[in-house]
Design a protein around this ligand. Structure first.
Ligand code: GLN
Length: 477
């Protein structure tokens, strides 16, 4: 494996001093990708284009016109559009589909001279917590290849953790960035709902979906966040809230005496790996010793998070995925029959098991007679969960918790047991129900040498605060 600096500042310093070129940089990443092919990270590699673009960026470095993200090489989860490129969503349904436009986030980062090196593997339509639901096969965890990398943005997490690129764009509906970041020992940020345009992100559950970032350090993540954030007239749910100068602001430090941090007692109950519990509790002690006020709080509706998350997201998914009918997009069954047969066969053959399970669950909770009992109730519970956070943030500035109840599990261990799989999202899905931002930061390793993350949740649009808090977490405690 080629050793490539893991920070944008270092990369740019080396390029500016002539020690490195952008072309050499891309070549090195490509070599690392080739060498670790067995991890099954990339669905599409942009080899030639990335090299060509690197030469152009080198030229820009020479004449002083390089953009804010020049030197950043980025992978993109294959649920996000890059014009003219394959967009599979990890599904047979879209195996041969080519994107006709680029996502706003992609357009924005390319305008600042970031280079996209390829599209990475993920659970089908971003449904899953292990990356085992991909039509293209599972991604493996680089720290132990018999284990999952987490999901659904498994390819994104592994591409960054294995030095195949500097940063990655992933997506979240219920934890798909924070959970794999935690399993792979890197950092993942899910921004406030509406902070980053969803235009060009293939819809799973529209009122939950958001694009987010994987990276190694706060400056890099802050730099990418600043570029891709902001209002977009093509996404009516994108926010006009001012985009802060995240790279500058996140380097500043807190005055610990002014900051209150809460930890919800409901996040430390049954089901949490004792080693992770201990690790997070020692982070709490560490924060206290730095002068932060840390106190126990309650998020009383936590016990309903998984139920309401899966009811509401499946309902939205069943509607969003109705567009894959064999006529307008992608795969069409070859079997002869009536128009209705064609729909049925296309969807039966084109979708994998988990996607079908969600469509059925979603259709059920929306159907006449069950709508009030499930969907409407789910919406009411979502409001209660939002209120829990609103009340908590009257008392504290941040909430910390484990990111996941366990470390990376074995490939195949939970795939036959959907409920066990869903329970992986127990600490992350609440954040998407509430629409708040959260980050998972490496917090330690277990005796088995498997990493686990600490989750920091913040008030809406306080991404800057999360990035600042990150610096207060100390891997060594
Ligand atoms: N694991 C969750 C699910 O399967 C989260 C997925 C996501 O965030 N995209 O729905």
């Amino acid at each position: 494996m080629i050793n490539i600096p893991k920070s944008l500042i270092e990369i740019r310093t080396e390029i500016l001093s002539g020690k490195l070129s952008c072309k050499k940089l891309v070549e090195s990443y490509l070599e690392n990708i080739e060498e670790q092919k067995d991890l099954n990270v990339f669905i599409t590699l942009f080899k030639e284009d990335a090299l060509k673009q690197a030469e152009e960026v080198d030229e820009k470095f020479r004449n002083g016109t390089a953009g804010k993200l020049a030197g950043a090489v980025i992978s993109v989860k294959d649920v996000i559009s890059v014009k003219g490129r394959r967009l599979t969503c990890g599904s047979r349904m879209l195996n041969d589909f080519t994107a006709v436009y680029s996502a706003t986030a992609v357009e924005r980062l390319m305008n600042e001279d970031a280079i996209i090196i390829g599209k990475v593997n993920c659970d089908e339509f971003a449904m899953g917590s292990s990356n085992e639901n991909s039509y293209f096969g599972p991604v493996k965890n680089p720290l132990d290849k018999t284990r999952v990398p987490g999901g659904s943005s498994g390819g994104s997490a592994v591409s960054v953790a294995s030095n195949m690129c500097l940063l990655s764009l992933g997506s979240e509906t219920g934890g798909s960035i924070r959970q794999p970041a935690s399993f792979c020992g890197i950092t993942g940020l899910k921004a406030t709902y509406g902070r980053i345009s969803r235009y060009g992100l293939v819809a799973f559950a529209s009122s939950f979906d958001s694009i987010g970032i994987f990276g190694n350090n706060s400056y890099d993540i802050a730099s990418l966040l600043e570029v891709i954030s902001g209002y977009d007239e093509r996404d009516s749910t994108s926010s006009a809230e001012e985009v802060r100068n995240y790279p500058v602001e996140s380097e500043k430090s807190f005055n610990p005496g002014e900051i209150k941090i809460g930890y919800a007692r409901e996040y430390f109950e049954e089901g949490l790996d004792p080693e992770i519990r201990e690790g997070i509790l020692s982070q709490i002690e560490n924060l206290k010793s730095k002068g932060f006020t840390v106190k126990e709080i309650s998020l009383p509706h936590t016990k309903y998070v998984i139920q309401s998350y899966y009811i509401l997201t499946s309902a939205e998914a069943s509607s969003n995925l109705s567009r894959y009918d064999g006529v307008r997009y992608g795969y069409r069954s070859e079997k002869p029959g009536t128009l209705e047969d064609m729909y049925v066969n296309t969807r039966s053959e084109g979708f994998g098991q988990e996607v079908k399970r969600r469509i059925m669950l979603g259709t059920y909770v929306l159907s006449a007679g069950y709508y009030d009992a499930y969907y409407r109730k789910g919406q009411k519970v979502r409001r209660l969960i939002m209120n829990d956070f609103e009340n908590a943030f009257k008392e504290v500035d941040f909430i910390i918790s484990p990111t996941t109840p366990n470390t990376a599990f074995k490939l195949g261990e939970k795939i036959e047991d959907p409920l066990a799989m869903y329970l992986n999202d127990i600490y992350t899905a609440s954040v998407n129900l509430a629409g708040i931002p959260a980050i998972s930061v490496p917090a330690g390793n277990t005796k088995e040498k498997l990493p686990f993350g600490i989750q920091i949740m913040g008030r809406k649009f306080d991404e800057e605060g999360l990035l600042k808090m990150w610096k207060e977490i100390d891997m060594k405690v």
